[in-house]
Design a protein around this ligand. Structure first.
Ligand SMILES: [Fe+2]
Length: 228
């Protein structure tokens, strides 16, 4: 694959194209919507084109979260993360120009992508939405967080994320999310091609990527949508 298909639907298997939605749960994951051969090709394309462009992002546990703690059981953990990322929307950046060259931007603007997102969201979405890519290497993870944005008027009542995941040689990586007030739900997101969708906010985290070999990685192509 030298470019992503012009229509997102061309990445999908027939059952992916027939997908009606919306899922009942706020979190949805399905590893049988994207065609496996296309998922592998998409991984290779992202790895060789955007692999050299993404930048590491790291927010470690603040030492004060222990050293500054004065009362028992009063610990507070901000969002911790280690991943590589690129904002493919930002004007005149290398990441945006590469995303254009490999057809990723066009595919994310395709009619079938918007239709698929709206089916998963279960309601109409604002056609102007945010795009980003993440690359998880061995040991990369995201700690517990909510993705709640109460300071943003249009997002404070909730918003919607659609993630296209393309992985290679990942033995295991779990998305853990809360149900009925407990972080009990787990989904393995190590398959070559997985679609996940989030009606945010809710508590969730991603466990460290466990590699099956030295070339293990997982790419995430994110679309972040406000409701129309
Ligand atoms: Fe998140």
């Amino acid at each position: 694959m030298r470019r992503f298909p012009a229509q997102f639907a061309d990445l999908l298997m027939p059952r992916g194209r027939r997908f009606a939605g919306p899922p009942a749960d706020p979190f949805f994951a399905d590893a049988r919507l994207i065609a496996p051969t296309k998922a592998k090709a998409a991984f290779a394309l992202l790895e060789r084109s955007l692999g050299p462009v993404v930048k590491p992002m790291e927010r470690a546990i603040p030492p004060e979260s222990i050293a500054g703690q004065t009362r028992n059981y009063q610990e507070r953990l901000p969002k911790t993360v280690r991943v590589s990322t690129a904002d493919i929307d930002a004007a005149r950046t290398k990441a945006a120009s590469v995303a254009g060259e490999i057809g990723l931007t066009a595919m994310l603007r395709s009619e079938s992508y918007m239709e698929f997102a709206a089916k998963l969201a279960g309601r109409a979405l604002d056609p102007a939405f945010g795009r980003q890519v993440l690359r998880y290497g061995p040991g990369d993870y995201a700690g517990p967080h909510t993705d709640h944005h109460p300071e943003e008027p249009r997002a404070k009542g909730g918003y919607f994320d659609l993630h296209l995941m393309f992985a290679r040689d990942v033995a295991r990586q779990l998305l853990v999310y809360a149900k009925d007030g407990h972080l009990t739900e787990t989904v393995d997101i190590s398959a070559p091609g997985t679609v996940t969708a989030y009606r945010l906010p809710f508590w969730h985290y991603t466990t460290p990527l466990e590699a099956r070999g030295g070339r293990a990685a997982r790419w995430v192509v994110l679309g972040t949508f406000l409701y129309a």
